[in-house]
Write a protein that binds this ligand. Sequence first.
Ligand code: MGD
Ligand code: MGD
Ligand code: MO
Length: 768
Amino acid sequence: MDRKLVPHHSHWGAFNAVVEDGKLIGAVPFDFDPDPSPLIAAIPDAVYSQTRVACPMVRAGWLENGPGGGAGRGREPFVRVEWEHALKLVAGELARVRREHGPAAIMGGSQGWSSAGHFHEARGQLRRFLASSGGFVDQTSNYSFGTALTFLPHILGSAQSVTGPLTSWSSIARHSKLLVLFGGANPKNTQVAKGGCAWHGTSAAFAALARAGVRVVNISPIREDGPEPTSPEWIPIRPNTDTAMMLALAHTLVSERRHDEAFLARCCSGFPRVLPYLTGVDDNQAKDAAWAAAITGVPAETIRALARQMASERTMLTASWSLQRADHGEQPYWALVLLAACLGQIGLPGGGFGFGYGSGAGLAEPPLLFPAPAMPVLPNPARLAIPAARIADCLLHPGGRYDYDGKSFTYPDIRLVYWAGGNPFHHHQDLNRLRGAWQRPETIIVHEPWWTATARHADIVLPVTTSLERNDLGGSPRDRFVIAMHKAIEPVGEARHDFDIFRDLAGRLDCEAPFAEGRDETAWLRCIYDAFRERAQSNLVPEFDAFWERGWVEIPLRTDEYVLFAEFRADPRKNRLRTSSGRIELYSDEIAGFGYDDCPPHPAWIEPAEWLGSRQAAAFPLHLVSSQPRHKLHSQMDAGPVSARGKTAGRETLAIHPVDAAARGICNGEVVRVSNARGACFAGVLITEAVRPGVVRLSCGAWYDPLHDEEKPACAHGNANVLTRDCGTSRLSQGPSSATALVEVEKCTNPAPPVSAFAPVPLTAMAG
Ligand SMILES: Nc1nc2c(c(=O)[nH]1)N[C@H]1C(S)=C(S)[C@@H](COP(=O)(O)OP(=O)(O)OC[C@H]3O[C@@H](n4cnc5c(=O)[nH]c(N)nc54)[C@H](O)[C@@H]3O)O[C@H]1N2
Ligand SMILES: Nc1nc2c(c(=O)[nH]1)N[C@H]1C(S)=C(S)[C@@H](COP(=O)(O)OP(=O)(O)OC[C@H]3O[C@@H](n4cnc5c(=O)[nH]c(N)nc54)[C@H](O)[C@@H]3O)O[C@H]1N2
Ligand SMILES: [Mo]
């Protein structure tokens, strides 16, 4: 028997693939990972899943009648074709659409996490290919922290406070007395870093906080969001009301003269213009604790006591990324900046604020001494893009106008959609609306290893390898390890690498030279590595062959303690922020100039479109939290046994408070129907006091499984995005607002429909 251990990497951890006689049979964690993720165990099942796409397939109606007939997507059978035939169809269709309609008709933004590995990263390869073949419509920003990415530069001069590095955990453990987490810092989310996470450090960070006696407060509708090792105090808040609580905390500081006037004058601009709003001079409503209590459900005395404690000792404030994925998602972030500014600790060790401490791995590790490797990008010659989360709007309203970041734009008329490395039928909101939009284009091409809902809703599906089937270089800008990802097994079925498919298409479309730059896989890996080595200028980085042999390189940290805004605070005149005033903007003339009614020029409480205090709560009285799943990454590996641990009755688990369950006669473990005006799905119930009454949690990632006999098909499997709203956070940021959704939950009176999301797609007879 031939048995070997092959070094490899994934978004959730580095590992050694265990390969016996050419077959992947296991995955054991990387030696230097202090706290490996259990998700690694899911890999072998995923690689050999019955949901793998075995060969190129084309939707029957498209194959027969050519482009169009989008209503058949997701309904008609697929027909098996030879690779040669499939590539001819794809190249021909790309050439036709480009010739007839130009690059503005080709959507290639292809949002999605793909797999670890700098070179083979599917989205990057697709964008290089479409850029070299004449340009396309891209997607800017993202679903993760898209609102912050667009908004924060206006008030802070950069987005570093959301992308990291943040003030490090080491600084918090050494200097903070109080850590306040809006939205918590749920350890399950820190398993991953896009590109690869070989070093999981948050468990050690939480243990250090506990040892240091830092008091941790979790302000969230869900108790588990507070990291257990820190014995957090839980303040259960109504979802989407954090802005009101933050304003009331600031109001308390100001009314009790506990705010840092010197810091506000020296490092901030516009405080005197927010003050009348805070005190109610503007609108006869003081944003005080009593006012916020009625909105947030948090007692006024709790708010006042917390404000006093914040002012009396070194305090770090944070909000999870989820807070800005909500209607007016700019406001809680701006209000937190206002609160931190009033405390005056920004730029001090263990003080100030940062976003997303619990939203991913590595954000609060000190910066690396030199940058991690990166794959070069090709500029898009068409210079066209839409905000990522506006994809359905774009497909539904060609020629429609929209606002974004102070400018006005027109949606292009998309005829062809090309997706590789993402799952819009996982990640987009209001899937019934997306289904309608998705019928519009003439042709949809998808590269996938697995039959995801997106592949099932495509016209041409090309089977691609998983990372285990190719060589690559793994790592992320937030992780200290660079991993040699050795090919572990031969491609499964007829799968090919995304890169090889694009190179073949580029050959047919006369753009192979700019796309591949004359390099094959090996030459590319050396090229990416050598550029990294060159930038590093360090004898710690061996030559490629030595690195490949050893399997990893460790990048040292620049320092063991990092403090965000330290230089700015030390000398705000010399180290100006890149804002209009050079300081932190608590009032923004720039934003005032945009004239957006949904993003005023200072932090403000604006009622979300749906929340527990709104009119809609009469019909849909439960606030839906569609958080990140514990047992998988988004929709990836949902078909396997690790993800199955998180399911109840074979569906995504809906967590509900005992009082809400009893009121509906719902028992633990049974299947319920979750619905609102946008759609419905079926989920398995977990009754728990860990969610606030009035709140239900249905994490994302269950493969969308529409019941096709319905007009707005319910999802049998519990995909939360049939229930979420598809509206931009504001005209400024146009981010996703998935966290703003009300629902009702009912007992199933009829037997619940069976789940067929993982059923294999039949291999019909070969065409032609
Ligand atoms: N309601 C709600 N919706 C949300 C969120 C939420 O909080 N609530 N969160 C949002 C966020 S933050 C994000 S980042 C998105 C995530 O959304 P996505 O990034 O779209 O989700 P993934 O499941 O990671 O999709 C990656 C896809 O790439 C495929 N893939 C993997 N490797 C390869 C490869 O080598 N080649 C090709 N061609 N394909 C590959 C996988 O099979 C998978 O289908 O979801 C968003 N949606
Ligand atoms: N295991 C695992 N980890 C992941 C991912 C995954 O798919 N699986 N996805 C990764 C990705 S792409 C991203 S972008 C990050 C996202 O990181 P986050 O945005 O931080 O993650 P979420 O789980 O969406 O939200 C965190 C918590 O916010 C709380 N919350 C929701 N709405 C509100 C609110 O209005 N107010 C308050 N106070 N709290 C609220 C919820 O209780 C939820 O548990 O996670 C990353 N980590
Ligand atoms: Mo994300």
